[in-house]
Design a protein around this ligand. Structure first.
Ligand SMILES: [Zn+2]
Length: 208
């Protein structure tokens, strides 16, 4: 029997609602197809009905080194994957995984939208959402494949991401690393640290 591309009609409503929510957050059809457990053609049909236009074609964002490209990237990826680590079961699959992923991304959006002091780069994104939902899915797959790991920063005790190949005993997170570098630079130009202490983090983040 043709079930319209849905794997299990008993989950039709849940999959449809999940697909609609994911599309509203900018998810591409391959991502929706994977997270809802529906065929690509079905995801495309839902997109056309919900958004009244054809979905975007082309490659999904794929950069295995994205978290290492800037402090801000690492910060946002660490916030999101921290939620994935805490709230998404490693055993979840099908619609359950899709719902948990979607809830984690919505929570990430809510957290970053309330950033009282976004840096210039964050301010350039709608609601300071540096991490696009499609890249969030890519990072989740890397994380579940153990290509990314969390380690604890010895300075601020926050957890941050590093690639599998890197030394897992890394001492400082990128923010503290930049903060230290910034302080060293400030000493080199003979300015008292106390004058800059309150601004250091903002200055550092503004640079990325
Ligand atoms: Zn730190």
């Amino acid at each position: 029997m043709d079930n319209g591309g849905f794997v299990d009609l008993s989950h039709f409503g849940a999959e449809l609602m999940l697909a609609k929510t994911l599309f509203d957050y900018g998810a591409r059809t391959p991502v929706v197809s994977a997270l809802c457990g529906i065929k690509r053609k079905t995801a495309t049909r839902i997109y056309r009905l919900a958004q009244e236009q054809a979905p975007i074609k082309g490659m999904l964002p794929w950069d295995p080194h994205w978290i290492s490209r800037s402090t801000i990237n690492n910060l946002h990826a660490s916030i999101f994957l921290g939620l994935i680590q805490d709230y998404v079961s490693g055993r979840a699959n099908g619609t359950e995984l899709g719902l948990q992923f979607c809830n984690a991304y919505m929570l990430y959006c809510s957290i970053v939208a309330h950033n009282p002091k976004p840096c210039s780069r964050e301010a350039g994104f709608e609601h300071h959402r540096v991490l696009d939902i499609n890249r969030a899915w890519q990072l989740t797959r890397q994380f579940h494949a153990s290509a990314l790991h969390f380690v604890m920063c010895l300075c601020c005790q926050s957890r941050f991401l590093i690639p599998r190949q890197e030394n897992q005993q890394a001492a400082r997170c990128p923010v503290c690393e930049n903060k230290t570098g910034s302080v060293a630079r400030q000493h080199r130009i003979s300015r008292p640290f106390s004058q800059n202490a309150g601004k250091t983090l903002t200055i550092c983040l503004d640079r990325f």
